[in-house]
Design a protein around this ligand. Structure first.
Ligand code: HEC
Length: 111
């Protein structure tokens, strides 16, 4: 019984938490935009490749191959803008640049 209550509380928390993120105006705007993969690639080369490698195959930062299978679109945006996992810095791309980065990251998945 206790376990059921705990599970219920955890799932309610997760749902509310994700809904709160969904209503974040920045994330909402990014998700509403059409990203451009080649612009995303350029943005990645300038800001991310030093750590994640020219082909996102990993140097200081981990390889990002198939990262969109491990993380949701919201988590990917959070990863870039939050600065919660040092040494990865906090980035503040404008929503279009973030949308471009997002499709670039999603394109790193082979299938
Ligand atoms: C200073 C080095 C550095 C830079 C610059 C950097 N990262 Fe990272 N990144 C990291 C490190 C280190 C981690 C692992 C963090 C952890 O989970 O502890 C990481 C993790 C990630 C992850 C999560 C990987 C996973 O498997 O869950 C994503 C996605 C990511 N970075 C994307 C980016 C993008 C996009 C940029 C450019 C806007 C960027 N990073 C710039 C160092 C960097």
């Amino acid at each position: 019984m206790v376990i059921i209550v705990v599970l219920f509380l955890i799932s309610t928390y997760l749902i509310t938490f994700n809904l709160a993120k969904m209503s974040d105006p920045y994330i909402k705007e990014v998700l509403s935009l059409q990203g451009n993969v080649s612009r995303g690639y350029e943005i990645f080369q300038i800001n991310c490749a030093a750590c994640h490698g020219q082909f996102a195959d990993g140097i200081v930062g981990p390889s990002l191959e198939d990262v969109s299978h491990r993380k949701s679109r919201i988590s990917l945006i959070e990863q870039v803008i939050s600065g919660k996992t040092p040494p990865m810095p906090k980035f503040q791309p404008d929503p279009q640049a973030m949308a471009d980065l997002l499709v670039y990251l999603e394109n790193l998945s082979k299938n």
